[in-house]
Design a binder for this molecule. Structure first.
Ligand code: ADP
Length: 425
């Protein structure tokens, strides 16, 4: 039975958290969207429901999060985690505050800690202020984010503006004294009537101490970093066995392919490297601005090429060519055209027997997952930080799927991915 029930406010954030939990020894499954009421409980220690609630209207984010919580309670989870971005992506209208308030009310727990810190990725919280690398949040570039501009690094203030409850702080001086001191500070804040507490953390040791202090908290909110200490609580309670192979996935026979829709610098470099190693088709939506025609070109090219050696199909282009297509069609229509082409190509590859698929690009991954009718992902071992192999299941036969946010992974990511598969030599 699942122990930890998680609600993530976006898709790649959900995978990031699930990957962290697998790394700490919990078997994890990610579900796409609020599960149907009669959806079977996954065989996992942690279940992560991936929502698209980060920038949805607050009322919708709250409703989806409560529906996810209700389902997770129904399958027996005993502790809950609300995962948001380590840069606290939100606006004064929400959605971190309203969702956390609603979860606290539904769980009748009165209080939840809030800790977005993820030192390994340069996110640290000190005296309630969030730093990205050596810069305060509002000077880190996040002040210019198109949807969730972060113009205040003081998270006590930020969360106060979003919550109907009041927000306290557990400062680093307390965190450094360890789990008992943190637990006492949280109890004192709750008794003072605080509904939330921002908790400082500048190193992994702080996150482990916070995790230990949170053993009896019904709800934890934060980035994936603060989840690193939770598995240990369940082991200490005797309800989670030691599992060195929590990320083990079955072997799946079938052809291998890569679909790239990310135009990020990292992905462009990874494609350039792959060109030296495997067959690569570069689609040009500027020359052929038609999703069906692009997909037909890909289908003709892959005929006779699919097998154990992966093929790579990329729409990815340099900033100049992306700008040219956007000027021609408009930015939204340009993105939608390429995503539609990738969705059709993914369905075709699957129909042709591809069962090992790597997708580069967050939005591109969303389009592919929807096109393939994927509803759950069993999380495997990490290929690169934040990018695990997963066993995807849904409408059809299962397949191995790796979904890479554009900028993730080293230059050899595609080769690394296939070399990391179960059964790879
Ligand atoms: P990332 O994770 O790097 O942000 P995404 O897949 O989320 O990658 O976003 C990349 C966007 O760029 C997608 O909407 C994709 O359809 C679009 N795109 C891909 N290739 C091109 C291209 N050649 N011209 C214009 N847009 C493109």
């Amino acid at each position: 039975m699942a122990l930890l029930g998680c609600i993530a406010d976006d898709f790649t954030g959900a995978s990031d958290l699930a990957s962290m939990l697998v790394g700490s020894g919990m078997r994890a499954v990610q579900l796409i969207g609020v599960p149907a009421p009669d959806a079977p409980a996954p065989d996992a220690d942690a279940v992560v429901v991936a929502l698209k609630s980060r920038t949805a209207p607050a009322a919708e984010a709250v409703a989806d999060s409560l529906a996810a919580l209700h389902w997770l309670r129904g399958i027996g989870c005993r502790q809950f985690f609300f995962k948001y971005c380590s840069t606290f992506d939100s606006t004064d209208a929400g959605n971190i505050g309203p969702v956390a308030d609603a979860l606290i009310a539904a769980l009748d727990c009165g209080f939840a800690l809030a800790c977005p810190a993820f030192p390994a990725n340069g996110r640290r919280v000190f005296q309630g202020h969030l730093f990205v690398g050596d810069q305060l949040l509002h000077e880190s570039g996040m002040q210019n984010h198109p949807l969730t501009p972060m113009r205040d690094a003081n998270l006590v203030r930020v969360l106060s503006r979003q919550s109907e409850g009041s927000v306290g702080l557990v400062p680093w001086q307390t965190v450094a004294q360890g789990a008992v001191a943190i637990r006492r500070a949280m109890t004192a804040l709750k008794e003072q009537g605080r509904r939330h507490a921002i908790i400082d953390a500048i190193a992994d040791a702080d996150l482990h101490a916070i995790g230990a202090a949170a053993a009896t908290q019904a709800l934890i909110t934060g980035g994936s970093g603060v989840a690193m200490g939770l598995a240990e609580n369940f082991r200490a309670q005797g309800v989670l066995a030691a599992q060195p192979d929590a990320g083990a996935l079955p072997q799946v026979a079938g052809a291998a392919a890569v679909l790239a829709g990310s135009c990020s610098r990292a992905t462009l470099a990874q494609i350039a490297r792959a060109r030296e190693q495997i067959p690569v088709l570069e689609l040009d939506p500027l020359v052929l601005p038609d999703a069906e025609a692009l997909a037909a070109q890909a289908a003709a090219w892959t005929a006779g090429r699919l097998g154990a050696t992966p093929v790579l199909i990329a729409a990815s282009a340099t900033p100049e060519r992306v700008a040219a297509l956007q000027a021609k069609l408009g930015a939204a229509a340009a993105g939608a055209l390429v995503e539609r082409a990738m969705a059709i190509i993914a369905r075709h590859l699957y129909a042709q027997g591809v069962r090992r698929l790597v997708v580069a690009g967050g939005e591109t991954s969303g389009a592919v997952v929807a096109a393939l009718g994927v509803r759950r992902l069993r999380i495997g071992a990490e290929i690169a930080p934040g990018v695990p192999w997963t066993l995807a299941s849904g409408d059809g036969e299962p397949l191995l799927l790796a979904l890479k946010s554009g900028n993730f992974g080293g230059i050899d990511f595609f080769a690394d991915a296939f070399a990391a598969l179960p059964g790879a030599a």
